[in-house]
Design a protein around this ligand. Structure first.
Ligand code: 3H9
Length: 700
């Protein structure tokens, strides 16, 4: 075989080594499948070969099927067929595992007769996150090896496990240190010496020994997952339930039908889109020339809720943090806030005492800018006030070394104005964390007019280190996430003004898959925050523009949300779940009366269409203005920053799935209510004319 073949074979002392080489993650794409089948065919017939060892080149044993092939016409040979062949091979087949053995990769391993793993191997069945199920025998083989409880754990959580747990669960036969192929050769030899033959997993029944316990585990999961928004969850449970009841072949057919149905579903399309969207977001033009600078020491300016969360995010990633506050009392409470976050994690049992101490050991506080001189990166998280931030920028610029990066965590303010306060506008960037910053997975990397490629590259590298998903955004009031949120809230407000209650709007959006509706989120964040923004933007509002004053009325009445016990909802005695408040309904009725609106009712589906149409329209504006590079970046921001249901793919993907002509019609119908929000962006007509979807712009 020539170099570059995705599957190569070497025979040594009667043992054949079949190596998969398909970077980056050895996904089991078509060429690999063809290569595998050809190799197995040949080796099965070759008299010199006594055992077959499967292994992979590079960083991992296959991390799954080739996801890009889903939704396309399936090309033979298909995985279940190959895995059948492996399992029924008359010669022992040994899988040598390393890296991330996921999905189809683990199913391949389970079809082999024996499994050995490197100590660092992670094994998992993450298909649940793609809206599908393990469709190459996983739902039938895993329960045979480990029983229903452990198999369902793997398949429903999607979380990988380490080798210790995998050994306990009976998925692997041994952990091997050192050179993996040598260990494989030695194992093959030991099988030969013992006269041990193939051990087809289909014939294994160790997971089925206690039929009653098996069914109890299935029933318990079914009850626990009832009402789950993803359709594949019930199908996974059904397949596992079927495993001991059906003959293996029939179980495989049952799994196949479920897989085919799920892979064609909108949910799976949306979840696959989300997977690729996250990875595509990291591909930005600046990375072609920019070099990420090394970051060891981080300065955080301002230790409020945001600053403390940002500090924790960096401490968690092993970085050193120096926190600057303006006076001793503020500094003390900032450090206490950080300690409290760790205390809570320790109390929950998610952080060990040693880790807590190590993280707190890396943070120090100061009142003096000169103490920040050795920082590689400074992130300001002071009050959202341009003058205050500008002053901080000037002072940071004066003390930081050349090459150190100055970042703002502003949610709305103009980064270019801040950059102009420094002598290093090329090293100024926006790092917009979402609250709570140590929990939320999104980081908007805001690129100003003069931001240099190195600074952008550093922002993306930092995000990776912090375990966050980074999305590039241009400078505008609210960047991507908060501009989208503003459109969403406006659509919600208009709907309330016309007759829906905030509680109905929230319920409709929860029904779509959001964990909280827009008014619950407002109550949680504090209504005063958006009130301040509206006041700031008031001078720029066009005269006669449609304006819903309800939020202002609530604030004027001292209803700032959860923290004041009253907002859109009431929160009796500090309760976290609000109850609808009749007083709010009265205020809304008064607003409607003042505007001469007679209320009408809105079905949940109509509420959702209004909100989704507004978001997609705003998304097009962001694309047109060059604030977002591509539709999928907007989806990623909404999923990671604002709780948009992942299984709906984000607002742009959701529009693709319902169809752009339908979006166009919705917008046209709504535009009479408020042109600025709803009038269809011209881009939409262009896309429709060409028969394209937003996804077309993702490829560009
Ligand atoms: C399955 O197996 C179905 C079967 O049950 C049934 C079949 C019948 N396919 O994440 P990274 C790409 S479903 C295609 O940045 P990391 C990824 O897009 C599958 N491409 O690296 C990226 O490309 P690019 C079940 C894949 O080190 C590059 O590899 N398996 C696949 O942070 C590097 O990825 C999964 O769901 C794939 N399967 O993380 C596992 N996997 O460079 C999904 C990766 O062009 N993958 N790529 O942007 C992962 O969780 C992570 O990629 C992994 C590495 C942990 C492996």
């Amino acid at each position: 075989m020539t170099m570059g073949d995705p599957v190569t074979v070497k025979i040594l002392d009667g043992t054949a080594f079949v190596t998969i080489d398909n970077p980056p993650v050895n996904a089991l794409g078509h060429a690999v499948r063809v290569g595998l089948l050809a190799a197995l065919d040949r080796l099965e017939a070759a008299p010199v070969v006594q055992e077959i060892v499967l292994l992979a080149e590079g960083r991992t044993f296959p991390a799954g099927a080739e996801i890009k092939e889903f939704g396309k016409k399936p090309e033979d040979p298909w995985l279940p067929e190959i895995f059948d062949w492996i399992e029924q091979c008359p010669k022992p087949v040994i899988a040598l595992l390393h890296g991330t053995v996921l999905g189809g990769g683990l199913e391949l391993a389970m079809a082999a007769h024996y499994r050995l793993a490197d100590p660092e191997t992670k094994l998992g069945l993450p298909e649940v996150a793609l809206g599908i199920l393990p469709g190459a025998g996983g739902t039938q083989r895993a329960p045979r090896l480990m029983g229903a409880d452990a198999a369902l754990d793997l398949m429903l959580s999607g979380a990988p496990i380490g080798v210790a747990e995998a050994s306990r669960k009976g998925i692997i036969d041994g952990v091997v240190r050192g050179n993996l192929p040598s260990a494989g050769a030695a194992f093959a030899k030991s099988l030969r010496d013992r006269g041990a033959g193939p051990r087809p997993t289909r014939d294994v029944t160790q997971g089925f020994t206690d039929a009653a316990a098996y069914q109890t585990a299935v029933n318990a999961r079914r009850a626990a997952m009832a009402g789950a928004p993803q359709d594949n969850i019930a199908r996974i449970i059904d397949c596992v339930e079927a495993a001991p009841l059906l003959p293996f072949e029939a179980g495989m057919a049952f799994e196949r039908d479920a897989f085919d149905e799920l892979v064609a579903s909108d949910q799976s399309k949306a979840l696959r889109h989300a997977f690729f969207a996250e990875r595509r977001a990291a591909k930005v033009p600046e990375l072609a020339t920019g070099r990420a600078r090394a970051i060891h020491r981080v300065a955080v300016i301002g230790g409020g809720l945001m600053g403390a969360g940002i500090a924790v995010a960096h401490l968690d990633a092993g970085l050193e943090v120096k926190l600057l506050e303006r006076d001793a009392a503020s500094l003390q409470s900032a450090l206490a806030r950080i300690a409290q976050i760790y205390d809570r994690a320790a109390a929950r049992g998610t952080l060990s005492r040693e880790d807590r101490a190590a993280r707190l050991g890396r943070v120090s506080g100061t009142l003096h800018y000169t103490d920040l001189a050795d920082a590689d990166l400074a992130i300001e998280a002071v009050v959202e006030d341009l003058a205050v931030k500008a002053q901080v920028f000037g002072r940071l610029d004066a003390v930081l070394m050349p090459g150190a990066i100055i970042a703002s965590n502003t949610s709305y303010l103009d980064l270019d104005v801040l950059a102009a306060e420094t002598q290093r506008p090329g090293d100024v960037i926006g790092l917009h964390f979402f609250s709570p910053a140590h929990v939320m997975t999104l980081l908007e990397v805001v690129v100003g007019r003069e931001t240099g490629a190195d600074a952008v590259a550093t922002g993306f590298a930092l995000a990776k280190r912090l375990g966050k998903t980074a999305v590039r955004a241009g400078v505008t009031d609210g960047f991507i996430g908060n501009r989208m949120l503003a459109a969403y809230r406006l659509a919600a407000d208009y709907t309330v003004e016309l007759g829906a209650s905030p509680f109905e709007v929230d319920a409709a959006m929860r029904g779509y898959g959001f964990a909280m509706g827009p008014y619950q989120v407002l109550d949680m964040a504090g209504l005063d925050i958006s009130w301040a923004r509206r006041k700031r933007l008031a001078p720029t509002r066009a005269e006669g523009a449609h304006y819903v004053a309800l939020g202002d009325r609530l604030c004027a009445a001292g209803r700032f949300g959860r923290k004041t016990g009253r907002g859109y909802y009431q929160y009796p005695e500090g309760s976290k779940t609000g109850q609808p408040d009749p007083e709010v309904l009265q205020m809304i009725a008064a607003e409607r009366e003042a505007k001469g609106i007679s209320p009408r009712s809105f079905a949940p589906a109509i509420i959702r269409r209004r909100c989704l149409a507004a978001m997609a329209n705003e998304g097009m504006k962001l694309l047109d203005e060059g604030i977002a590079l591509r539709p999928s970046d907007i989806d990623t921001v909404m999923i990671h920053g604002h709780g948009f249901p992942r299984h709906a793919g984000g607002p742009m993907m959701a529009a693709d799935l319902t169809g752009l002509p339908r979006l166009h019609k919705d917008l046209r119908d709504l535009s009479s209510e408020d042109d600025a929000l709803w009038s269809p962006h011209p881009m939409l007509g262009e896309l429709i004319k060409n028969g394209w979807k937003f996804d077309r712009l993702n490829e560009a």
